[in-house]
Design a protein around this ligand. Sequence first.
Ligand SMILES: Cc1cc2nc3c(=O)[nH]c(=O)nc-3n(C[C@H](O)[C@H](O)[C@H](O)COP(=O)(O)OP(=O)(O)OC[C@H]3O[C@@H](n4cnc5c(N)ncnc54)[C@H](O)[C@@H]3O)c2cc1C
Length: 590
Amino acid sequence: MIYQAPLADIGFALRHGASLAGAIEQGLFGDLTLEDVDAVVAEAGRFASEVLAPLNRIGDTFGTPFKDGVVTTAPGWKEAYRDWRMGGWNAVTAPAEWGGQALPQIVNAACTEMWHAASVGFANGPMLTMAAIDALHAHGTEALKRTYLDKLVSGEWMGTMQLTEPQAGSDVGALRTRAERAADGSYRITGQKIFITYGEHDFTDNIIHFVLARLPDGPPGTRGISLFLVPKFLLKADGSLGARNDVRAHSVEHKLGIHGSPTCTMIFGDAGGATGFLIGEENAGMACMFTMMNRARLAVGLQGVGIAECATQRALAYARERRQGRVAGMKATEMSPIIAHLDVKRMLLSMRGMTQAARAICYATAMALDRSERGADKAARQAAYELASLLTPVAKAFSTDIANEVTSLGVQVHGGMGYIEETGAAQLFRDARIASIYEGTNGIQAIDLVTRKLPLAGGAAIKAHLGELRGIVEALNASNDPAFGWAPVRLGDAVESLSRATSWLLAQLDKDTDFALAGATPYLRLFGLATGGCLLAKEALAALRLGADSVGRAALARFFAENCAVQAGALERTVVEGAPGVIGADAALA
Ligand SMILES: Cc1cc2nc3c(=O)[nH]c(=O)nc-3n(C[C@H](O)[C@H](O)[C@H](O)COP(=O)(O)OP(=O)(O)OC[C@H]3O[C@@H](n4cnc5c(N)ncnc54)[C@H](O)[C@@H]3O)c2cc1C
């Protein structure tokens, strides 16, 4: 077994962690039923486990050979993509008027997790196409939508997202790719982009690039950036493929992981400029790109959850098989499966707890996005939008950080075999590493959380979130169930640590931003642990109420609270007391 879609856990997290059951009862999603959701998720899981997962290792070893400007994907990948798009998986949340299924974001979140669990290298391309669909739908002209949107929604063509240049990574405002106005209303794009995921490939016969570029008279920095749609092939009047546009892949990177995903250097304007079409207003490209990036950030968080889930499944299977040593009480002639050793058990519990906590945070983010679009009234939609904005950097960074930790533990549980490629543990470890770097590094996510998201609505969003977490702690206390051990106390402490660290950071933003910046990453971790711990407790309480797998869920919630969320106190100290030791420590790096 390479990967088995964890349908029971996903279903439970959707229903009870993210309150999908309640949302459906409230009529948030029209006539959609839980049975509909289960059917979609089960079919997506089948495709992920049976079709994509077996191709993952092939992609890792084959890579993406590049010759004469052409990328060849691994054997079987092109066919898998064809089947994937024929299954309608590209269109889960896309608008019905453009051929989409208009299903909730939260349904797609579950699917996205499973695609990435099965193969990040494969799922990366479609992930960016979905983000491109959002940006075009939200900001494109009717003419552009009519020309490109249905083909992107159906997956007949794929999209790319092009920000990065050699001198412009985290600092997008430093980008130099130029856009000149042409007489026919289009633009001519010249410049170079690097690290472009699926910039060139053989899945589709056209590739639609979404490119950030600067107009000659645009103001400096991010205020002078515009977004352009640049097709690989220009279209004839009847919509069929016409001349090759002046854009090409120059090379493909050799990298640590996700070998199946082509990462390209792109050249625009060898012959005077690639034809591009403006999306949104001139110089307002960052706002359009944020539509794309927010979508992709949650998806990368789900990528982290998926990889972590897959690593946990493999480690558990191995730990049940592999026998070493003896635990107390065993006969001298016998050897214990390593899962019986408490240190191994701790690793496995950490893996499962972190994975499920991250899943709960990502699904809660997706639900907030759904409520921001479908909430009953304007105030409800606005509050949900603010919650989604607050949670998105946490969903991205916490989930991908834990993916690195969980996949590393996965290697550890396998012992020496984890370091050998055949077990697959090493590939997961390598594939996970990029997720905390792209779509805005996790350091940038933490800064976004502290400097932009905490002050949202005058602090109302974080206040409401803390209120939600306190409600869960109260319910946990009220349950008085010994199965939770110290969890009510530990989670209560974690939430109060989060609350105090938040107040401290908000105060620093008015005084000396450096103090807030220095503590941003430990704060995001604290946020993730407190939120993830409470959401696991919420799921466990629901399980107790329903009598459904309550023992396992309460045990996991307890483990997480007592062994992971308990770190919140130390993180609070790091945020509040550790900043001067960072700011004034240049001598230590001399
Ligand atoms: C495999 C792969 C696929 C990718 N796919 C795409 C893609 O499809 N499209 C695309 O546009 N890009 C893509 N990227 C680029 C990716 O988004 C960037 O690598 C990432 O944003 C970081 O930029 P950088 O590499 O220039 O690092 P830098 O910005 O140089 O950052 C280096 C370090 O400094 C930190 N840092 C930088 N600035 C600050 C600051 N202001 N405050 C605090 N810390 C800071 C960062 O957090 C990081 O730890 C991809 C990259 C890779 C490796």
